[in-house]
Write a protein that binds this ligand. Structure first.
Ligand code: PLP
Ligand code: COI
Length: 336
C-alpha cells in the first residue's frame, strides 16, 4: 500500500488575514476589535521589548465533518492565561471577554479552519506596552492583547516519526517559579540548550531534568506509559500544567490505566523505557511518541524504538473526541 503524503505549511507559519486586538490604557480595557492582520504600532521603549512582560496561550478549534467548528477546552486555557498574566503583573483580562474575542475572530475567518487532521490554532498574546525603559522593576501599566489564528497540521515535521530526545540533567528550562507561567521568556531560556543539543546530537527536543528530576521538554509535557499505568510529574511551579496532559490523564483513568503523578528521576525513567513507552503531550504535539533518549551522549532505545501501542491508543482516543468521532463525556468542546 503506498502512503499518501500531503504537504502542509510548517506549524504556525501561516495566519488568517484577520486578528483580534484590544488595548489597556488608563486602568481599563478598550473595546476589542477584529482587524486586518498587520504590524502593531509599538513604541521602541515598550516594556515587553526590554523586560519581557509577555504571556500567551495556544489552543485549537476543529472543523467537524458537518462543517461545525468546535473549541477544545478554551476555558482551561484562558484560566491559565489569566494566571500567567497575574504572575507577570500584567492586567488580567476577564476570561469571557477574551473568549468573545476568540469567537469573533473565528467567525470572521471561518474559511481558514482546516478539515481534520488540521485545526485552527488560536494564540491569545498579552504584552506590556508602557514606554519606559526605567521600569525594570515595575510593571507595565499599559498593555495590548491580540489573538492570532493559524491553520495548523503536525507540529513535528516528521509527522508520526518517533522522536529522539536529549536528556538534559544540568540546564533548567526556566526560572523555577515561572515554569507554570506561559511566557515567551521561558522559550527564550530553553532555546540555547535546545539548539546546542540539536547541533551536537541531532535530537528533536530536550527533556529538562535539572538535578536528575524529570520535568518536561521545551514545548510539551512528558509522560511514561505502559500497559495499565501512566507516570508523569506531579504539578508544581517548575513546569507548565498542560491542558492536554490533564485531558490524557482523565481519559487514561476512564480507560482503566492507573495514573500516577509524582516526582521521578532520570534513573527511574531509564529503567521504565527498557520495556515501557514515553511520549510528549501538548496542544501542538498532541501525543508524540519518543523512540530514543540520549543521556550523557549514550543512546537508549525506548522499548522497541517505535511509537508504542498505548501512546497510539491514547492519542487516537483524544483526537477522536476533538474531531467529533467519540462522545465528549467531559464537556471539553464548545461550538463556535
Ligand atoms: N509545556 C510547555 C513548555 C508547552 O509550551 C506546552 C504547550 O503549550 C505544554 C507543556 C503543553 O500544554 P498544553 O497541553 O496546555 O498545550
Ligand atoms: C502549544 O502546544 O500550544 C505550544 O504552545 C507549543 C508552542 C510553543 C508551539
Amino acid at each position: 500500500m503506498s502512503e499518501v503524503v500531503t504537504q502542509h505549511p510548517p506549524f504556525g507559519s501561516v495566519f488568517a488575514d484577520v486578528m483580534a486586538i484590544a488595548w489597556y490604557r488608563d486602568g481599563r480595557w478598550g473595546s476589542a476589535e477584529v482587524v486586518p492582520l498587520a504590524p502593531l504600532p509599538l513604541h521602541p521603549a515598550a516594556h515587553v521589548l526590554h523586560y519581557a512582560s509577555e504571556c500567551f496561550e495556544g489552543f485549537k478549534a476543529y472543523r467537524w465533518p458537518d462543517g461545525q467548528i468546535h473549541l477544545f477546552r478554551m476555558d482551561r486555557h484562558l484560566e491559565r492565561f489569566r494566571q500567567s498574566a497575574a504572575s507577570l503583573v500584567l492586567p488580567v483580562p476577564e476570561a469571557d471577554w477574551v473568549g468573545g474575542m476568540v469567537r469573533s475572530l473565528i467567525q470572521r475567518c471561518q474559511a481558514t479552519v482546516p478539515e481534520a487532521p488540521g485545526a485552527l490554532y488560536l494564540r491569545p498574546t498579552l504584552i506590556g506596552t508602557t514606554a519606559n525603559i526605567g521600569a525594570a522593576a515595575s510593571p507595565s501599566t499599559e498593555a495590548c492583547l491580540i489573538v492570532l489564528a493559524s491553520p495548523v497540521w503536525d507540529y513535528f515535521s516528521g509527522g508520526a516519526k518517533p522522536l529522539k530526545i536529549w536528556v538534559e540533567e544540568r540546564a533548567t528550562r526556566c526560572a523555577s517559579h515561572l515554569g507554570s507561567t506561559k511566557t515567551g521568556g521561558n522559550y527564550a531560556a530553553a532555546l540555547g540548550p535546545t539548539m546546542a543539543a540539536r547541533r551536537a546530537h541531532q535530537v528533536d527536543q530536550v527533556l529538562f531534568c535539572p538535578g536528575g528530576e524529570v520535568q518536561e521538554t521545551g514545548a510539551a509535557n512528558f509522560l511514561l506509559i505502559r500497559e495499565g499505568h501512566i507516570l508523569t510529574r506531579s504539578l508544581d511551579s517548575s513546569f507548565l500544567h498542560g491542558v492536554t496532559r490533564d485531558s490524557l490523564l482523565t481519559m487514561a483513568g476512564d480507560l482503566g490505566y492507573r495514573v500516577e503523578e509524582r516526582v521521578f528521576t532520570v534513573d527511574e525513567m531509564m529503567d521504565w523505557i527498557k520495556t515501557g513507552e514515553a511520549a510528549l503531550s501538548g496542544t501542538a504535539a498532541v501525543l508524540a511518541g519518543v523512540g530514543s533518549l540520549l543521556r550523557a551522549g549514550q543512546a537508549f532505545t525506548v522499548a522497541d524504538g517505535q511509537i508504542g501501542v498505548h501512546t497510539q491508543r491514547l492519542r487516537s482516543a483524544l483526537v477522536d473526541i476533538q474531531q467529533g468521532r467519540s462522545p465528549d463525556r467531559h464537556g471539553w468542546l464548545q461550538t463556535v
